[in-house]
Design a protein around this ligand. Structure first.
Ligand code: C2E
Ligand code: CA
Ligand code: CA
Length: 528
């Protein structure tokens, strides 16, 4: 069964399925890739944030070490402690300055020596850590201050905000990072803000230190995911698209292959793809064309010309053969009627019919319509019956055949001798012609038994007064043998192959009396 070539524009599952099959791997692949990107981002954000926490903890270790070393000096006069304050600044890499306080009053600093400035313990988270946006020495410049206290005395050490900024910028250059101390936070802009920092667009992580009262928030900006896609996955995405296209195309091809014969035939019928081909039937003696058999061809848009035995059985099985034959009769009339002058009177047009045509009287109308296209008596329509599907002798069938005869339509028994009910048919229906099957014609020149069968069929038809047509005549020997034994009509490649209407009409016009027309009808090229 040939494949479906074109569908009428309906959004059926057959149209949608290949798209779904094609798009599915792309969508699934992209979902997996997206999940992987998100996982990678989350893991990397977590790692970076942890690194920043650890780095800031290392700074605070420096600060805590300095402040705790100075704590025993708190309360001592500044001129005694000053040298120690400076020594701690020198010894600890991250410590920018150190100070001592007593009763909420900072009285000694590594920078200025004796000094007076109030301190507020409430500024320090857990009394320990303060992220400030500047002091009197460097206003507007962030500082992280560590405070170690003992009753109302204590020591303070500071780290420059630049160290924090470097950590935020260098450890996670692609990330958005903020350090939070209580209600204050500093981002990669190096400015201390109040409140809660905005969460990152993706892979947001908040990690607190277990040793100091601060936390670090990390994550990625909105367009980072897109950048990752662009840099990591173009090849994989291309592969997915190719895979999707291949899957979709394979699915489409499979659906077309599996298209139901019924739907396929219906489509072809609507697209007018069934054509009549004509094979001449010649008369004994002068071998002029006395008629022609109409043989159906499927002009499939993709498969080319398809042999009838590949699709007629489906059409018979589904009952669509009736509509197909009706269309074939109409096309035959349309092709031949304008050139009816080329046909001799009583020119036989043989059309193959099956049991399905005999279920009601509609065939009668089809035949009548066909004959109306021609001048009265110009053509004789002969219906060729085969035994593929048994025709039952019901009252309707008998009435049909009777009425067909009344309007001059003849009945031929096709492939005579091959089926079991050939003789039964002869008894039940008024038959006008027997068409001897080509298998018998091929026996000519063969063994004696085969030749006897053939001769018996010829004799039987003579005794019953039936006309006889021999099919499949391919050689001069067969032609002459059949002529000698009184077979009146012959049909076969020896005379002409089935040909399209234009060629048939051209041959009729140019060589009406030709004995053989081998060149007029070159072999058909058909798909099977
Ligand atoms: P069929 O009715 O017996 O038609 C004769 C077949 O023999 C045709 O095959 C014809 O091309 C082929 N043929 C003619 N001369 C020779 C020859 O010398 N040698 C050989 N080897 N073959 C020859 P085709 O056209 O392929 O048709 C096959 C069958 O399909 C037909 O057998 C007929 O049973 C069926 N068919 C064709 N058209 C129709 C149709 O319109 N309706 C129905 N119901 N059946 C059709
Ligand atoms: Ca036939
Ligand atoms: Ca036949």
């Amino acid at each position: 069964m040939p494949l479906t070539a074109k569908r009428h524009a309906s959004l059926s599952w057959r149209t949608l399925l290949p798209w779904v099959v094609g798009v599915l791997p792309v969508v699934c692949g992209m979902a997996v890739m997206n999940w992987q990107v998100e996982r990678e981002m989350q893991a990397s954000s977590q790692a970076t944030t942890r690194q920043v926490v650890e780095h800031v903890e290392r700074m605070l270790d420096n600060l805590s070490k300095a402040a705790n070393a100075l704590l025993p000096l708190a309360g001592n006069p500044c001129d005694q402690a000053q040298l120690m304050l400076r020594a701690q600044v020198t010894r600890n890499a991250f410590v920018r300055s150190t100070s001592l306080f007593r009763r909420n009053n900072l009285y000694c600093s590594s920078l200025f020596g004796a000094f007076e400035e109030p301190v507020n313990p409430g500024d320090y988270v857990d009394g320990q850590l303060w992220l400030m946006d500047g002091n009197s020495v460097t206003p507007g410049h962030p500082l992280l201050v560590y405070r170690a206290s003992d009753a109302d005395r204590g020591a303070i050490s500071t780290v420059d905000g630049d160290h924090l900024l470097t950590a935020l910028r260098l450890i996670g250059p692609d990330e958005v990072l903020q350090i939070r101390v209580g209600n204050a936070w500093m981002g990669q802009d190096g400015i201390v803000h109040k409140g809660v920092p905005p969460a990152a667009a993706s892979a947001n992580v908040l990690l607190g230190s277990t040793r100091y009262p601060f936390s670090v928030q990390g994550g990625y900006a909105a367009d980072h995911q897109r950048q990752l896609w662009r840099s990591h996955y173009p090849a994989l995405l291309g592969l997915l698209l190719i895979l999707g296209a291949v899957a979709g195309l394979v699915c489409r091809w499979q659906i077309r292959r599996a298209g139901s014969p019924r739907a396929e035939l219906q489509r072809a019928l609507e697209a007018d793809e069934f054509l009549p081909y004509f094979q001449p039937v010649v008369r004994k003696g002068d071998y002029r064309w006395a008629g022609a058999e109409v043989l159906m061809r499927w002009n499939h848009p993709q498969e080319g010309l398809v042999r009838p035995d590949l699709f007629i059985p489906y059409a018979e099985h589904s009952g669509q053969i009736v509509a197909m034959t009706r269309a074939l009769l109409m096309h035959t009339a349309q092709h031949l009627a304008p050139y009816a002058g080329l046909l001799e009177d009583g020119f036989h047009i043989g059309v193959n019919i099956t049991a399905d045509h005999c279920r009601d009287l509609s065939l009668l109308d089809d035949c009548r319509t066909f004959l109306q296209h021609f001048p009265p008596g110009r053509v004789v329509l002969t219906l060729e019956l085969t035994e593929r599907k048994l025709i039952e002798a019901t009252p309707t069938t008998l009435e049909l055949f009777e009425k067909l005869h009344e309007i001059g339509v003849m009945i031929a028994l096709d492939d005579f001798g091959t089926g079991q009910s050939s003789l039964n048919y002869l008894r039940q229906f008024k038959v006008d012609y027997l068409k001897i099957d080509q298998s018998f014609v091929a026996m000519i020149g063969g063994d004696a038994l085969s030749v006897h069968i053939l001769e018996t069929i010829i004799e039987l038809s003579a005794k019953l007064g039936l006309g006889i047509v021999a099919e499949g005549v391919e050689t001069d020997t067969q032609r002459d043998y059949l002529a000698r034994h009184g077979v009146e009509y012959q049909q076969g490649y020896l005379f002409a192959r089935p040909m399209p209407a234009a060629q048939f009409l051209e041959a009729l016009a140019t060589r009406p009396g030709a004995l053989r027309l081998p060149q007029a009808a070159p072999p058909e090229i058909m798909r099977g």
